[in-house]
Design a protein around this ligand. Structure first.
Ligand code: LLP
Length: 437
């Protein structure tokens, strides 16, 4: 397993943020999500220092769906980033941590009236309209609260980026955005700009997630710039902004290339400047929405080994105390991870094993046929790079308690979310209080 961020081998025991995994296991129990705060901050700093241009302003919007908690919003705010939300639940979490409302941007392909009201009432930074019908709904909410709202329109720019089928978002058949090839597209924009309750900022796109292909981003940028130019000429308007979404790939295992965030940001800036120049277009501000590239590598999951099993079929299982409830990605996307027995780094004997969780589900596998140092019950298995879409896609299947989250830095650990309790598990359930025979 590749050591990430502040991971260190101290006498055979892994340390993250200056704290040994043994100490973390003892103090917080397992499964446990551990975030290396320094690594996360470095990722943010790298993006911030390189996503810059002399020709336009830039805004970095953290895509909160990758990982969200109140503590995370504080880290995002301290870095001067904006944040996005895609549901009232995310929006509520962000607002309840006193994140500046003007730096919140709302997504969603089917925003409810309640969600739109929440955005308008709280005067958030902008709403990214997914489709032609949402403009009316937002305008209505603006009338109700006597407010004006900044909006962008999400476009489907028809780029088939090379990534997993489930996380592509810009194929012609995608459910997101309005297609630039739609014959009504000009009139859709025209209707938006005519609404006096709305302040149209420009277009948004997001071509997909876990994308390594720089050319796909550049192709997307070129299309966005040319489209912006075309619409501004046809409707005779000034379009001040472009938002090109997120999706920057991350190395999970040796099968992936290691991404240099600074390099990719500079490449994107270069593509933007070039495209704007050749289209002879001036843009005031360009936004990006990185999620995974900020939090994925900073997060690791600690599990305690329970038992092992050698099947009649020859498979050797190591059973851990979590699984698909805290990390659905292997089951859902065939995602691969690197793991290590983190309290036994000196153990040279390695075996090919399958790391399985405790759910009543054959697909509850975290890593299949991986080389792992030998371990026994009570040992700590660390799965690296689980910081994005792990906690945020976790579930209570089999009534699993959602694990705690800690951030670690400079020898200190900070409890960000406590482990769920049995009481919390049933707190929303009611019993029949009458005879139901
Ligand atoms: N902006 C928009 C509009 C998005 O839909 C997304 C991700 C992002 C930004 C951030 O993308 P990122 O930088 O994190 O790749 N659950 C999947 C990923 C779904 C991504 C959904 N949208 C996974 O576990 O791989």
């Amino acid at each position: 397993m590749k050591y990430l961020g502040t991971m260190k081998d101290i006498d055979g025991v892994l340390e993250i943020g200056g704290i040994s995994v043994k100490k973390l296991q003892k103090e917080y129990g397992t499964p446990l999500y551990v975030y290396d705060l320094e690594l996360m901050e470095n990722k943010m700093k790298n993006i911030k220092s390189s996503f810059k241009s002399d020709r336009f302003k830039t805004t970095i919007v953290y895509a909160s769906k990758a990982y969200l908690s109140k503590g995370m919003t504080q880290v995002v705010d301290r870095m001067g980033f904006h944040i996005d939300a895609v549901s009232s639940g995310e929006l509520y979490t962000i607002l309840s941590s006193n994140f500046p409302a003007k730096k919140i941007h709302m997504h969603g392909n089917n925003k409810s009236l309640e969600e739109i009201d929440m955005c308008v009432e709280n005067e958030i930074g902008s709403i990214i309209l997914d489709n032609r019908f949402e403009a009316d709904r937002v305008a209505e909410a603006c009338k109700k609260f006597n407010k004006k709202m900044n909006v962008m329109l999400r476009l489907n720019i028809g780029i088939d980026a090379h990534t997993h089928e489930y996380i592509k978002t810009s194929k012609h058949s995608s459910k997101f955005g309005e297609s630039i090839f739609d014959r009504d597209i000009v009139s859709i924009v025209s209707e938006i700009i005519q609404k006096k309750e709305l302040n149209f900022l420009g277009f948004h796109c997001h071509i997909g997630s876990q994308i390594f292909d720089e050319m796909a981003f550049c192709e997307g940028i070129k299309t966005m710039v040319e489209f912006t130019k075309k619409i501004s000429q046809e409707l005779d308007i000034v379009i001040p902004e472009i938002n090109i979404g997120g999706g920057f790939g991350v190395r999970y295992t040796e099968e992936d290339t290691d991404v240099d965030l600074k390099k990719i940001m500079k490449k994107i800036i270069g593509c933007l400047e070039e495209s704007l120049e050749s289209a002879e277009l001036t843009i005031e501000n360009v936004s990006i929405e990185p999620g995974r590239s900020i939090v994925a590598q900073a997060g690791s999951t600690l599990y305690t080994v329970g038992g092992e099993k050698k099947t009649f079929g020859g498979e050797k299982y190591i059973f851990i105390d979590g699984g698909m409830t805290d990390n659905i990605r292997p089951a859902l996307y065939q995602a691969k991870y690197e793991c290590i027995v983190a309290n036994r780094l000196d153990e040279n004997k390695k075996e090919i094993v399958t790391l399985a969780g405790k759910c009543c589900e054959s697909g509850d596998i975290i890593a299949k046929n991986i080389k792992l140092n030998r371990c026994v019950a009570g040992d700590i298995v660390l799965v690296s790079c689980t910081g994005a879409y792990g906690h945020s896609m976790s579930s209570n299947y089999n009534k699993a308690l959602r694990p705690a989250v800690v951030f670690v830095k400079n020898g200190k650990s900070y409890l960000i979310s406590k482990r769920e309790t049995y009481e919390e598990l049933v707190q929303n359930d009611f019993m029949f209080n009458e005879n139901i025979d």
